[in-house]
Design a protein around this ligand. Sequence first.
Ligand SMILES: CSCCC(=O)C(=O)COP(=O)(O)O
Ligand SMILES: [Zn+2]
Length: 198
Amino acid sequence: MNLIDKLIEIGKEVHSRNWVPATGGNLSAKINEERIIITRSGSHKGYLTVKDFVVVDMNGNLVEGDGKPSAETLLHATVYKLFPWVGSVLHIHSLNSTLISRLTDGQIVLEDYELIKAFGYKTHRERIHVPVLENSQDMEELSRLVRDVLTGTDKVVGFILRSHGVYVWGKDPWDAFVRLEALDFLLECELKLMGVRS
Ligand SMILES: CSCCC(=O)C(=O)COP(=O)(O)O
Ligand SMILES: [Zn+2]
């Protein structure tokens, strides 16, 4: 299966979970050190076809394909530039990530969950972080913020844009999807705990 076919499959899956309502979300994979394949802006992630993908460079400039690259391309590029091991970045608008961001300042810290091992850590004792950043339409400013929170740490497994959605990455599209599934589950646990405690 090539990268586009894998991203199309993931698009169907995230749509079936109601994680990408109303053309929300964007999906990408790294072709090589200079090129990324990413969904076209405005494409419905549940019904992607080959035409819904464009190739961009690491600064978000269109290199190949018809249409506008995802409005959030710069955020994907920022993750690829910071972490050479990353081969795919996925962004969704799940209910869990959207709601928890409205109840959290700063960052979400996850600890003691067995599922923390889904991110490659050896033990549930590891503390992993998910920064919550203020949403913005200024992608250059937002990508600088993302770069700042991701620099110098290996404990951040994703980030959330407040009232918007979550970004997760992995070594390839499947790895990124598994991590996304793990993170959304953990966010749901935290959200439900908040409800129980309030
Ligand atoms: C209708 S969703 C608003 C834009 C957004 O947050 C998103 O994830 C999709 O943007 P894109 O340009 O990648 O279609
Ligand atoms: Zn979005």
